[in-house]
Design a protein around this ligand. Structure first.
Ligand SMILES: [Mn+2]
Length: 267
């Protein structure tokens, strides 16, 4: 059995098909974890959802910001913007199945010495704390009040984590850390404005995985979301968003059996 992770697909169904073929993915034997943003911005989110759900138990997924946004659009909490390409997905007779499946997915999961999230693990959290925080949001998303959560999920505040945060402030910080984070300041406050590669950011900001206060983790963090960072394998992380939807590549890594091997497909 091989364990793979695949970066941000964002509706790039052709690249996904070719990459699964290229790595000789065999659902009866292998497992793949998608690091979020399965849908939106790319040409064919419908086929991506069909492919991923057809993999059944052979695939896992963590939620990205575009997946959450799609859930919010479906519930009428957000408008479909000109750059959003999930219109056909939302209009499909199968939309309810796909949206229900997305809503059941976690913000973080741990497997075989790796922890998978869309944007990362907040540098002040260890893995077990992070998984517990992710579970708080998953409970809100899968519970009866999920529409209230989706309505109040958007926003950049609070930027700073405090254990005493409650209600939507708490859930919004957790959601932003797992799905939107790139840079933090010396106190771990999220900066959700800077999107460029490391070195391009304002003074006083660090990539979350190089933050001064970062806890050392036993697990390697596998994440996506940061296309300007690209494929990156230092500092106890493996970053996988190589900008498929922007004309870059879709990347897979084989995490087990070791050693880690990466494959990319041009989009
Ligand atoms: Mn993203």
């Amino acid at each position: 059995m091989a364990l793979f992770a695949i970066g941000d697909v964002q509706g790039c169904a052709d690249a996904l098909d070719r990459l699964l073929e290229d790595i000789r993915f065999e659902p009866s034997r292998d497992h793949v974890v998608f690091v979020g943003d399965l849908v939106n911005r790319g040409p064919d989110s419908v086929t991506v959802m069909e492919r991923v759900l057809a993999l059944g138990d052979a695939a896992s997924c963590v939620l990205g910001n575009h997946d959450l946004n799609t859930l919010a659009v479906a519930e009428g909490m957000r408008p479909l913007k000109p750059r959003d390409t999930v219109g056909p997905l939302l209009a499909s007779p199968r939309a309810a199945d796909w949206l229900s499946w997305l809503r059941q997915q976690p913000l973080a999961l741990s497997r075989d010495g790796y922890v998978f999230t869309h944007a990362g693990i907040h540098p002040s959290w260890d893995t077990s704390t992070a998984l517990a925080r992710a579970q708080e949001v998953q409970a809100a998303l899968t519970g009866d009040g999920y529409r209230d959560f989706l309505a109040a999920m958007f926003g950049a505040e609070p930027a700073l984590w405090q254990d005493g945060l409650t209600g939507m402030d708490r859930l919004r910080f957790i959601t932003n850390a797992f799905t939107r984070m790139r840079y933090v300041d010396a106190d771990g406050a999220l900066d959700l404005e800077e999107t460029g590669p490391p070195g391009s950011q304002r003074n006083g900001l660090w990539p979350w995985f190089r933050a001064p206060l970062r806890r050392e983790l036993d697990e390697t963090v596998v994440f996506g979301h940061w296309s300007s960072l690209g494929y990156y394998t230092r500092d106890g992380v493996i970053a996988l968003d190589t900008g498929c939807v922007w004309g870059g590549q879709l990347t897979a890594v084989r995490l087990a059996p070791l050693p880690v091997i990466s494959r990319c497909i041009l989009c």
